[in-house]
Ligand binder design. Structure first.
Ligand code: FES
Length: 126
C-alpha cells in the first residue's frame, strides 16, 4: 500500500486556500517543537460564519495536506462547527494518515482553534 492516500497527495500537490487574509478576524499560529513545522491560519468571519480561510504552512507533506483539508472542512461553516473539528476528522477526510504522521493533523486542529481563540478575544475587546 502506498504511504499516502490519493487525497493526501492531491492536497499536498494542489493545496486549497493557501495564502494570507490581510484583514483577518482571527489568526492562529502553532508549531511542533519536535519536527519544527509551523502552521498559520487566517479566518474571515461574518455573522458567526467562516466566510474565508487561508493558511501558510512551513512543513511536511502531511502538514500541508492537513491544513488544506482543514480549511475546506470549515469554509462556509458556522464557528460552532469549526470549534468541533478534530484532527481525526481531518485525517479521515484525507482517507487516513500513517500513524507517525497523525501529529501533522493535530497541528491543523490546533491552528484553527488558535485562530478561533484570537477571533473570540478580539470580539470581547470590541
Ligand atoms: Fe511534523 Fe508533519 S512532520 S507536522
Amino acid at each position: 500500500m502506498a504511504l499516502y492516500s490519493e487525497k493526501v497527495m492531491d492536497h499536498f500537490m494542489n493545496p486549497r486556500n493557501v495564502g494570507v487574509i490581510e484583514d483577518a478576524d482571527g489568526i492562529g499560529e502553532v508549531g511542533n517543537a519536535k519536527c519544527g513545522d509551523i502552521m498559520k491560519m487566517y479566518l474571515k468571519i461574518d455573522n458567526d460564519i467562516i466566510t474565508d480561510v487561508k493558511f501558510e504552512t512551513f512543513g511536511c507533506a502531511s502538514a500541508i495536506a492537513s491544513s488544506s483539508m482543514a480549511t475546506e472542512l470549515i469554509k462556509g461553516k458556522p464557528v460552532k462547527d469549526a470549534m468541533e473539528l478534530t484532527n481525526k476528522a481531518v485525517a479521515e477526510a484525507l482517507d487516513g494518515l500513517p500513524d507517525y504522521k497523525m501529529h501533522c493533523s493535530v497541528l491543523a486542529e490546533e491552528a484553527i482553534q488558535s485562530a478561533l481563540e484570537d477571533y473570540r478575544s478580539k470580539k470581547e475587546k470590541a
